[in-house]
Design a protein around this ligand. Structure first.
Ligand code: CAA
Length: 395
């Protein structure tokens, strides 16, 4: 399947620049040469891919959105689309390990002070260290505002108590942006965001969670017990936490969505190859309409998902901010559900072999499921979309 990339005379263009093509090629080769050959063993062993993260860092495929003044490449959200699709095509578990700094560092990139950016972003460029996004809790996943973790001001410090779970890369992170209640009576307006070093006294990794798919990515639970952080680690003002979390997710959801495109594309490609070679009733199964219609739908839906991701990223790069919320959720909802459908159909194309671990589509189907859950479930994306349609905002 070729991607549309030619210019048009209408003022709207899908043409990539030479730099963008080179960036995508770099990511594509990295995925083919460094990720694909080891994806199976990382999946089986649930092994954190530290050495692949280090290689991705060395070739410049990490921390894409860290601004140039802090040593980063300062790439656009759109450029991130080109890298993300390829890395996740290689393996979404390893891809998530590489790209999750985008979410972890997102609040600092988008809302940090100059001092915070210099202190926390510059080291991400110097060495392959990880950071994470500490939002979800055992009792507060979709309903963020109901979180229980607290941060109480004590002189020049805040003291944090609570627990976080389902946090990508937390078990290997140097620091985490932890969201906590500074005013438990103020609902979403009572949340604040803090940069917490993971070696601070009172931070304990409780569990590296065992998952169905994307098993190469660390997903951990951690506790905070009387953890002290200085006031200068608070991002924004007290009470800004909810909006910081939401705006960060607006920015990162297209990147996660395009990861789902990578997984769906991988499943589609495996299906085409298998349908050409597998013979039943004296002909390749590609000749059976029951199979080739499924594959035609896969191709169409992969393309449609990618276009939604590109549009959401373009809107974010145009600085549309809150205006991009709707499109971020369109992209995340559609691409995640598409990846689930395409990978499920790919297992069907492979028949009995598709259900076997020996063939690649079984892993892709397990991996795809997570896109409908993390960074906001498909139901939460519909809730955001419905709110944007029916509840007009003042801002
Ligand atoms: N940007 C800025 N502000 C926003 C916003 C946005 N995108 N969305 C909402 N707000 C503002 C609203 O305007 C409102 O402000 P006012 O009170 O001043 O009008 C305020 O925030 C509260 O908004 P809502 O009333 O819409 O809030 P809500 O409590 O109803 O919840 C929700 C909204 C969309 C359901 C939200 O809770 C949500 O997104 N939940 C899903 C969370 C999520 O994605 N979790 C994934 C965790 S990260 C992860 O998975 C990664 C990992 O590491 C595994």
């Amino acid at each position: 399947m070729t991607t549309i990339e030619h210019g048009t005379s209408t003022g709207v263009s899908f043409a990539l620049t030479d730099e963008q093509k080179a960036l995508r090629e770099l990511a594509r080769e990295f995925a083919a040469n460094e990720i694909r050959p080891v994806e199976h063993e990382h999946d089986v062993d649930m092994r954190h891919p530290a050495e692949i993260v280090a290689k991705a860092h060395a070739v410049g495929l990490m921390n894409l959105h860290v601004p140039e003044e802090y040593g980063g490449p300062g790439l656009s959200c759109f450029d991130g689309m080109l890298v993300g699709e390829e890395l996740y095509w290689g393996c979404s578990g390893i891809g998530t390990s590489i790209t999750a700094n985008g979410l972890g560092a997102g609040p600092v990139v988008l809302f940090g002070s100059d001092e915070q950016k210099a202190r926390w972003l510059a080291p991400l460029i110097e060495s392959p260290i990880l950071c994470s996004f500490g939002l979800s809790e055992p009792g507060a996943g979709s309903d963020v505002a109901s979180m229980k973790t607290t941060a109480v001001r004590d002189g020049d410090d805040y003291v944090l108590n609570g627990s976080k779970t389902f946090i990508t890369n937390a078990g290997y992170a140097d620091w985490t942006v932890v969201f906590a209640k500074t005013d438990s009576k103020a609902g979403s307006k009572g949340m604040s965001a803090f940069i917490v070093p993971m070696d601070a006294t009172g931070v304990t990794i409780e569990q590296h969670l065992d998952k169905m798919g994307q098993r190469a990515t660390d997903t951990s639970a951690f506790a905070l017990q009387d953890v002290r952080v200085p006031v200068e680690n608070r991002i924004g003002e007290e009470g800004d936490g909810f909006k910081i979390a939401m705006a960060t997710l607006d920015f990162t959801r297209p990147g996660t969505a395009v990861g789902a495109v990578g997984v769906a594309r991988a499943a589609y490609e495996h299906s085409v190859a298998y349908a050409r070679e597998r013979v039943t009733f004296d002909m390749p199964i590609a000749m059976h309409q029951g199979v080739n219609f499924m594959i035609a739908d896969m191709a169409t839906e992969v393309e449609a998902s990618r276009l939604l991701c590109w549009q959401a990223a373009w809107m974010l790069d145009e600085g549309l901010g809150r205006g991009a919320t709707l499109y971020s959720s369109f992209a995340k909802r559609f691409a995640a559900d598409t990846a689930m459908k395409v990978t499920t159909d790919a297992v069907q194309v492979f028949g009995g072999y598709g259900y076997m671990k020996e063939y690649p589509v079984e892993k892709l189907m397990r991996d795809a499921k997570l896109f409908q859950i993390y960074e906001g479930t498909s139901q939460i994306q519909r809730l955001v979309i419905a709110k944007e349609i029916f509840l007009p905002r003042a801002d």
